[in-house]
Ligand binder design. Structure first.
Ligand SMILES: Cc1cc2nc3c(=O)[nH]c(=O)nc-3n(C[C@H](O)[C@H](O)[C@H](O)COP(=O)(O)O)c2cc1C
Ligand SMILES: CCCCCCC(=O)C(=O)O
Length: 346
Protein backbone atom coordinates (compact mmCIF):
# COMPACT_ATOMS: atom_id res chain seq x y z
CA UNK A 1 0.00 0.00 0.00
CA UNK A 2 1.28 3.50 -0.80
CA UNK A 3 -0.23 6.30 1.21
CA UNK A 4 1.52 9.40 -0.06
CA UNK A 5 2.88 10.68 -3.34
CA UNK A 6 6.36 10.51 -1.83
CA UNK A 7 5.97 6.76 -1.41
CA UNK A 8 4.75 6.46 -5.00
CA UNK A 9 7.83 8.37 -6.16
CA UNK A 10 10.09 6.05 -4.16
CA UNK A 11 8.44 3.02 -5.79
CA UNK A 12 8.84 4.59 -9.23
CA UNK A 13 12.49 5.31 -8.58
CA UNK A 14 13.11 1.66 -7.76
CA UNK A 15 11.59 0.56 -11.07
CA UNK A 16 12.91 3.17 -13.47
CA UNK A 17 16.23 3.20 -15.27
CA UNK A 18 18.18 5.80 -13.19
CA UNK A 19 18.82 7.91 -16.31
CA UNK A 20 15.11 8.05 -17.03
CA UNK A 21 14.30 8.74 -13.37
CA UNK A 22 16.65 11.73 -13.55
CA UNK A 23 15.00 12.96 -16.77
CA UNK A 24 11.58 12.91 -15.10
CA UNK A 25 12.69 14.24 -11.72
CA UNK A 26 15.23 16.84 -12.73
CA UNK A 27 15.11 20.57 -13.27
CA UNK A 28 17.15 23.25 -14.97
CA UNK A 29 20.33 24.85 -13.65
CA UNK A 30 20.80 24.49 -9.90
CA UNK A 31 17.19 23.28 -9.54
CA UNK A 32 16.36 26.32 -7.40
CA UNK A 33 12.92 26.71 -8.97
CA UNK A 34 12.30 22.97 -8.85
CA UNK A 35 12.77 23.02 -5.07
CA UNK A 36 10.99 26.35 -4.65
CA UNK A 37 7.75 25.02 -6.18
CA UNK A 38 7.19 22.58 -3.32
CA UNK A 39 8.77 24.76 -0.62
CA UNK A 40 6.48 27.69 -1.46
CA UNK A 41 3.40 25.54 -0.78
CA UNK A 42 4.89 24.36 2.52
CA UNK A 43 5.45 27.96 3.63
CA UNK A 44 1.76 28.80 3.24
CA UNK A 45 -0.67 28.02 6.05
CA UNK A 46 -4.36 27.21 5.67
CA UNK A 47 -6.72 28.96 8.08
CA UNK A 48 -9.74 26.69 8.61
CA UNK A 49 -13.32 27.55 9.55
CA UNK A 50 -15.18 25.51 12.19
CA UNK A 51 -18.77 24.51 12.96
CA UNK A 52 -20.06 25.13 9.46
CA UNK A 53 -22.40 22.13 9.43
CA UNK A 54 -21.28 20.99 5.98
CA UNK A 55 -21.93 17.75 4.07
CA UNK A 56 -19.55 15.84 1.77
CA UNK A 57 -17.84 18.62 -0.19
CA UNK A 58 -18.33 19.24 -3.90
CA UNK A 59 -15.06 18.92 -5.81
CA UNK A 60 -16.16 19.29 -9.44
CA UNK A 61 -15.11 22.18 -11.67
CA UNK A 62 -16.16 23.33 -15.14
CA UNK A 63 -13.37 24.48 -17.45
CA UNK A 64 -13.76 25.69 -21.03
CA UNK A 65 -17.18 24.12 -21.20
CA UNK A 66 -16.04 20.71 -19.93
CA UNK A 67 -16.45 19.17 -16.52
CA UNK A 68 -13.72 17.64 -14.34
CA UNK A 69 -14.74 15.71 -11.24
CA UNK A 70 -12.02 17.43 -9.21
CA UNK A 71 -9.81 20.51 -9.58
CA UNK A 72 -6.73 18.37 -10.27
CA UNK A 73 -5.80 17.87 -13.92
CA UNK A 74 -2.92 16.03 -15.56
CA UNK A 75 -0.20 18.37 -16.83
CA UNK A 76 1.46 17.54 -20.15
CA UNK A 77 4.58 15.45 -19.70
CA UNK A 78 6.67 13.81 -22.38
CA UNK A 79 7.77 10.22 -22.94
CA UNK A 80 5.32 8.15 -20.85
CA UNK A 81 6.50 4.94 -22.52
CA UNK A 82 9.79 5.37 -20.65
CA UNK A 83 7.71 4.80 -17.52
CA UNK A 84 5.34 2.09 -18.71
CA UNK A 85 4.96 0.12 -21.96
CA UNK A 86 1.39 1.36 -22.41
CA UNK A 87 2.59 4.92 -21.88
CA UNK A 88 0.07 7.68 -22.56
CA UNK A 89 -2.67 5.10 -23.26
CA UNK A 90 -2.48 4.03 -19.61
CA UNK A 91 -2.41 7.61 -18.38
CA UNK A 92 -5.47 8.47 -20.45
CA UNK A 93 -7.39 5.48 -19.07
CA UNK A 94 -6.52 6.63 -15.55
CA UNK A 95 -7.70 10.15 -16.42
CA UNK A 96 -10.97 8.76 -17.80
CA UNK A 97 -11.52 6.69 -14.66
CA UNK A 98 -10.90 9.75 -12.49
CA UNK A 99 -13.09 11.89 -14.78
CA UNK A 100 -10.43 14.50 -15.06
CA UNK A 101 -8.66 16.24 -17.94
CA UNK A 102 -5.40 14.93 -19.36
CA UNK A 103 -3.19 17.29 -21.33
CA UNK A 104 -1.42 15.13 -23.91
CA UNK A 105 2.12 16.31 -24.58
CA UNK A 106 3.13 17.05 -28.14
CA UNK A 107 6.15 14.91 -27.16
CA UNK A 108 4.00 11.91 -26.26
CA UNK A 109 5.30 8.47 -27.18
CA UNK A 110 1.82 7.45 -28.35
CA UNK A 111 0.16 9.54 -31.07
CA UNK A 112 -2.67 11.70 -29.76
CA UNK A 113 -5.22 9.88 -31.94
CA UNK A 114 -4.14 6.53 -30.48
CA UNK A 115 -4.30 7.94 -26.95
CA UNK A 116 -7.90 9.01 -27.59
CA UNK A 117 -8.80 5.65 -29.13
CA UNK A 118 -7.38 3.78 -26.13
CA UNK A 119 -9.44 5.68 -23.58
CA UNK A 120 -13.01 6.32 -24.74
CA UNK A 121 -14.56 9.07 -22.69
CA UNK A 122 -11.22 10.59 -21.69
CA UNK A 123 -11.23 14.37 -21.68
CA UNK A 124 -8.08 15.29 -23.57
CA UNK A 125 -6.43 18.61 -24.30
CA UNK A 126 -3.42 18.77 -26.62
CA UNK A 127 -0.21 20.57 -25.63
CA UNK A 128 1.62 22.36 -28.41
CA UNK A 129 5.04 23.92 -28.78
CA UNK A 130 4.28 26.25 -31.71
CA UNK A 131 6.56 25.19 -34.54
CA UNK A 132 8.06 27.97 -36.67
CA UNK A 133 6.90 25.91 -39.66
CA UNK A 134 3.27 26.95 -39.32
CA UNK A 135 2.15 24.43 -41.93
CA UNK A 136 3.37 21.64 -39.65
CA UNK A 137 1.87 23.38 -36.61
CA UNK A 138 -1.43 23.35 -38.48
CA UNK A 139 -1.03 19.63 -39.20
CA UNK A 140 -0.55 19.03 -35.46
CA UNK A 141 -3.66 21.06 -34.68
CA UNK A 142 -5.70 19.00 -37.14
CA UNK A 143 -4.48 15.78 -35.47
CA UNK A 144 -5.55 17.13 -32.07
CA UNK A 145 -8.94 18.16 -33.45
CA UNK A 146 -9.44 14.78 -35.11
CA UNK A 147 -8.62 13.08 -31.80
CA UNK A 148 -11.41 15.06 -30.13
CA UNK A 149 -9.20 17.24 -27.95
CA UNK A 150 -11.14 19.99 -26.20
CA UNK A 151 -8.41 22.63 -26.09
CA UNK A 152 -4.90 23.50 -27.21
CA UNK A 153 -2.40 24.14 -24.43
CA UNK A 154 0.27 26.34 -25.97
CA UNK A 155 3.52 26.21 -24.03
CA UNK A 156 5.14 29.62 -24.11
CA UNK A 157 8.05 29.14 -21.70
CA UNK A 158 10.31 27.17 -24.04
CA UNK A 159 11.97 29.45 -26.62
CA UNK A 160 14.91 27.12 -26.04
CA UNK A 161 15.00 23.78 -24.26
CA UNK A 162 16.25 24.36 -20.68
CA UNK A 163 19.60 22.87 -19.73
CA UNK A 164 19.08 20.09 -17.23
CA UNK A 165 22.34 19.18 -15.53
CA UNK A 166 21.24 15.65 -14.68
CA UNK A 167 20.57 14.85 -18.34
CA UNK A 168 23.87 16.41 -19.41
CA UNK A 169 25.83 14.37 -16.89
CA UNK A 170 23.92 11.19 -17.81
CA UNK A 171 24.31 11.82 -21.54
CA UNK A 172 20.54 11.49 -21.98
CA UNK A 173 19.76 12.92 -25.41
CA UNK A 174 17.53 10.51 -27.30
CA UNK A 175 14.70 8.11 -26.73
CA UNK A 176 15.69 4.44 -26.89
CA UNK A 177 15.22 2.56 -30.16
CA UNK A 178 11.58 1.84 -30.85
CA UNK A 179 10.28 4.99 -29.16
CA UNK A 180 9.75 8.40 -30.71
CA UNK A 181 7.59 11.51 -30.46
CA UNK A 182 4.73 9.94 -32.40
CA UNK A 183 2.95 13.22 -33.07
CA UNK A 184 5.97 14.44 -34.97
CA UNK A 185 5.56 11.95 -37.82
CA UNK A 186 5.59 13.67 -41.16
CA UNK A 187 5.36 11.25 -44.06
CA UNK A 188 8.14 8.71 -43.66
CA UNK A 189 10.22 10.74 -41.21
CA UNK A 190 9.87 11.85 -37.60
CA UNK A 191 10.59 15.55 -37.16
CA UNK A 192 12.55 16.97 -34.24
CA UNK A 193 10.58 19.35 -32.06
CA UNK A 194 11.79 22.89 -32.79
CA UNK A 195 12.22 25.19 -29.81
CA UNK A 196 12.40 28.66 -31.31
CA UNK A 197 12.93 32.08 -29.74
CA UNK A 198 11.37 33.54 -32.90
CA UNK A 199 7.91 32.37 -31.83
CA UNK A 200 5.85 35.43 -30.85
CA UNK A 201 2.35 36.74 -30.18
CA UNK A 202 1.88 36.85 -33.97
CA UNK A 203 2.21 33.08 -34.12
CA UNK A 204 -0.42 32.82 -31.39
CA UNK A 205 -2.75 35.05 -33.43
CA UNK A 206 -2.16 32.88 -36.48
CA UNK A 207 -2.90 29.77 -34.44
CA UNK A 208 -6.19 31.23 -33.28
CA UNK A 209 -7.10 31.90 -36.91
CA UNK A 210 -6.58 28.28 -37.94
CA UNK A 211 -8.60 26.65 -35.16
CA UNK A 212 -11.75 27.23 -33.20
CA UNK A 213 -10.40 25.23 -30.26
CA UNK A 214 -9.91 27.28 -27.09
CA UNK A 215 -6.27 28.18 -26.45
CA UNK A 216 -4.76 27.83 -22.97
CA UNK A 217 -1.46 29.72 -22.65
CA UNK A 218 0.95 27.74 -20.46
CA UNK A 219 4.04 29.12 -18.76
CA UNK A 220 2.88 32.61 -17.90
CA UNK A 221 4.55 34.17 -14.85
CA UNK A 222 4.65 37.92 -15.62
CA UNK A 223 1.41 39.87 -15.07
CA UNK A 224 2.10 42.01 -18.16
CA UNK A 225 2.14 38.82 -20.26
CA UNK A 226 -1.15 37.77 -18.67
CA UNK A 227 -2.70 41.06 -19.79
CA UNK A 228 -1.19 40.68 -23.28
CA UNK A 229 -2.55 37.14 -23.48
CA UNK A 230 -6.06 38.45 -22.80
CA UNK A 231 -5.61 41.01 -25.59
CA UNK A 232 -4.65 38.12 -27.88
CA UNK A 233 -7.84 36.24 -27.05
CA UNK A 234 -6.63 33.27 -25.01
CA UNK A 235 -9.34 31.26 -23.28
CA UNK A 236 -7.35 30.42 -20.14
CA UNK A 237 -4.00 31.15 -18.54
CA UNK A 238 -1.75 28.53 -17.04
CA UNK A 239 0.69 29.76 -14.38
CA UNK A 240 3.70 27.47 -14.65
CA UNK A 241 7.48 27.46 -14.62
CA UNK A 242 7.51 24.09 -16.41
CA UNK A 243 8.18 22.27 -13.15
CA UNK A 244 11.48 24.16 -12.73
CA UNK A 245 12.83 22.78 -16.01
CA UNK A 246 13.19 25.97 -18.03
CA UNK A 247 14.34 29.28 -16.45
CA UNK A 248 16.01 28.41 -13.17
CA UNK A 249 15.35 30.94 -10.35
CA UNK A 250 11.99 31.85 -11.91
CA UNK A 251 9.51 32.25 -9.04
CA UNK A 252 7.69 29.33 -7.51
CA UNK A 253 4.40 28.90 -9.32
CA UNK A 254 2.20 29.52 -6.29
CA UNK A 255 4.16 32.69 -5.48
CA UNK A 256 3.54 34.04 -8.99
CA UNK A 257 -0.17 33.16 -8.87
CA UNK A 258 -1.73 36.13 -6.99
CA UNK A 259 -0.36 38.76 -9.38
CA UNK A 260 -1.58 36.81 -12.40
CA UNK A 261 -5.02 36.35 -10.85
CA UNK A 262 -5.10 40.08 -10.19
CA UNK A 263 -4.08 40.90 -13.79
CA UNK A 264 -6.69 38.54 -15.23
CA UNK A 265 -9.48 39.92 -13.04
CA UNK A 266 -11.74 36.91 -13.60
CA UNK A 267 -11.79 37.36 -17.40
CA UNK A 268 -10.68 33.77 -18.07
CA UNK A 269 -9.89 30.71 -15.92
CA UNK A 270 -6.45 30.50 -14.35
CA UNK A 271 -4.68 27.14 -13.95
CA UNK A 272 -1.48 26.41 -12.05
CA UNK A 273 1.09 23.65 -11.94
CA UNK A 274 4.41 23.14 -10.18
CA UNK A 275 4.99 21.43 -6.85
CA UNK A 276 1.44 20.29 -6.12
CA UNK A 277 1.94 17.18 -3.97
CA UNK A 278 -0.84 17.30 -1.38
CA UNK A 279 -4.56 18.03 -1.25
CA UNK A 280 -3.72 21.00 0.95
CA UNK A 281 -1.56 22.41 -1.89
CA UNK A 282 -4.62 22.22 -4.14
CA UNK A 283 -6.69 24.17 -1.60
CA UNK A 284 -3.99 26.84 -1.26
CA UNK A 285 -3.77 27.40 -5.01
CA UNK A 286 -7.56 27.57 -5.35
CA UNK A 287 -7.86 29.92 -2.39
CA UNK A 288 -5.33 32.22 -4.08
CA UNK A 289 -7.47 32.32 -7.21
CA UNK A 290 -6.61 29.32 -9.40
CA UNK A 291 -9.63 27.57 -10.94
CA UNK A 292 -7.79 24.24 -11.00
CA UNK A 293 -4.28 22.84 -10.66
CA UNK A 294 -2.37 20.22 -12.62
CA UNK A 295 0.22 17.65 -11.63
CA UNK A 296 3.12 16.54 -13.79
CA UNK A 297 5.63 14.28 -12.08
CA UNK A 298 3.20 12.63 -9.63
CA UNK A 299 1.29 10.98 -12.48
CA UNK A 300 4.54 9.82 -14.10
CA UNK A 301 5.56 8.29 -10.75
CA UNK A 302 2.24 6.45 -10.53
CA UNK A 303 2.66 5.18 -14.08
CA UNK A 304 6.21 4.00 -13.45
CA UNK A 305 5.29 2.38 -10.12
CA UNK A 306 2.26 0.43 -11.33
CA UNK A 307 1.09 1.45 -14.81
CA UNK A 308 -2.50 2.58 -15.22
CA UNK A 309 -3.30 1.38 -11.68
CA UNK A 310 -0.50 3.52 -10.29
CA UNK A 311 -1.68 6.62 -12.14
CA UNK A 312 -5.21 5.97 -10.86
CA UNK A 313 -3.83 5.60 -7.34
CA UNK A 314 -2.12 9.00 -7.58
CA UNK A 315 -5.29 10.72 -8.75
CA UNK A 316 -7.30 8.89 -6.09
CA UNK A 317 -4.89 9.95 -3.35
CA UNK A 318 -5.12 13.58 -4.40
CA UNK A 319 -8.92 13.42 -4.59
CA UNK A 320 -9.17 11.94 -1.10
CA UNK A 321 -6.76 14.53 0.30
CA UNK A 322 -8.65 17.44 -1.31
CA UNK A 323 -11.92 16.12 0.08
CA UNK A 324 -10.51 15.70 3.58
CA UNK A 325 -8.82 19.10 3.60
CA UNK A 326 -12.01 20.83 2.44
CA UNK A 327 -13.96 19.11 5.19
CA UNK A 328 -11.36 20.08 7.79
CA UNK A 329 -11.60 23.67 6.53
CA UNK A 330 -15.38 23.63 7.02
CA UNK A 331 -16.12 24.11 3.32
CA UNK A 332 -18.95 22.64 1.26
CA UNK A 333 -17.29 23.19 -2.11
CA UNK A 334 -14.00 24.08 -3.77
CA UNK A 335 -15.80 27.27 -4.85
CA UNK A 336 -15.89 28.45 -1.23
CA UNK A 337 -12.12 28.85 -0.95
CA UNK A 338 -11.02 32.47 -0.70
CA UNK A 339 -7.68 34.30 -0.24
CA UNK A 340 -8.29 35.04 3.47
CA UNK A 341 -7.86 31.32 4.20
CA UNK A 342 -4.19 31.39 3.19
CA UNK A 343 -1.66 32.94 5.54
CA UNK A 344 2.11 33.43 5.34
CA UNK A 345 2.95 32.80 8.99
CA UNK A 346 6.71 32.82 8.70
C1 LIG B 1 9.30 14.72 -17.38
C2 LIG B 1 8.57 15.98 -17.73
C3 LIG B 1 8.20 16.23 -19.03
C4 LIG B 1 7.51 17.38 -19.36
N1 LIG B 1 7.09 17.55 -20.63
C5 LIG B 1 6.37 18.65 -20.96
C6 LIG B 1 5.89 18.82 -22.27
O1 LIG B 1 6.07 17.99 -23.13
N2 LIG B 1 5.19 19.95 -22.52
C7 LIG B 1 4.96 20.91 -21.58
O2 LIG B 1 4.34 21.93 -21.86
N3 LIG B 1 5.39 20.74 -20.32
C8 LIG B 1 6.09 19.65 -19.99
N4 LIG B 1 6.51 19.47 -18.71
C9 LIG B 1 6.10 20.43 -17.68
C10 LIG B 1 4.78 20.01 -17.04
O3 LIG B 1 3.72 20.21 -17.94
C11 LIG B 1 4.46 20.79 -15.78
O4 LIG B 1 4.57 22.16 -16.05
C12 LIG B 1 5.33 20.43 -14.58
O5 LIG B 1 5.67 19.06 -14.59
C13 LIG B 1 4.58 20.77 -13.30
O6 LIG B 1 5.35 20.52 -12.20
P1 LIG B 1 5.24 19.20 -11.28
O7 LIG B 1 5.97 18.15 -12.02
O8 LIG B 1 5.93 19.66 -10.04
O9 LIG B 1 3.79 18.88 -11.07
C14 LIG B 1 7.21 18.34 -18.36
C15 LIG B 1 7.59 18.08 -17.05
C16 LIG B 1 8.24 16.92 -16.72
C17 LIG B 1 8.61 16.68 -15.29
C1 LIG C 1 13.16 16.72 -27.50
C2 LIG C 1 11.78 16.53 -27.02
C3 LIG C 1 11.57 17.29 -25.76
C4 LIG C 1 10.16 17.23 -25.32
C5 LIG C 1 9.84 18.29 -24.32
C6 LIG C 1 9.57 17.75 -23.01
C7 LIG C 1 9.61 18.83 -21.98
O1 LIG C 1 8.96 19.85 -22.10
C8 LIG C 1 10.45 18.62 -20.82
O2 LIG C 1 10.38 19.47 -19.90
O3 LIG C 1 11.21 17.65 -20.76
Amino acid sequence: MRFTLREVEAAARERLDPVHYDYFAGGAGDEVTLRANEAAFERLALLPHVLRGTAKPELGVTLLGGRASMPVLIAPTAFHRLADPEGERATARAAAAAETIMMVSMASTVAVGDVAAAAPGARLWFQLFIQPDMAFTEALVRRAEAAGCGALVVTADSPVFGTRGRDERNGFRDLPDGLCCENMRDGDRVREIAFSPAVSWEHLDRLREITSLPVVLKGVLHPADARAALDHGVSALFVSNHGGRQLDTAPAAVDALPEIVDAVGGAVPVLLDGGVRRGTDVLKALALGADAVAVGRPVVWGLAADGERGARRVLGLLRAEVEEALTLCGLASVRDLEPGMVRRPW
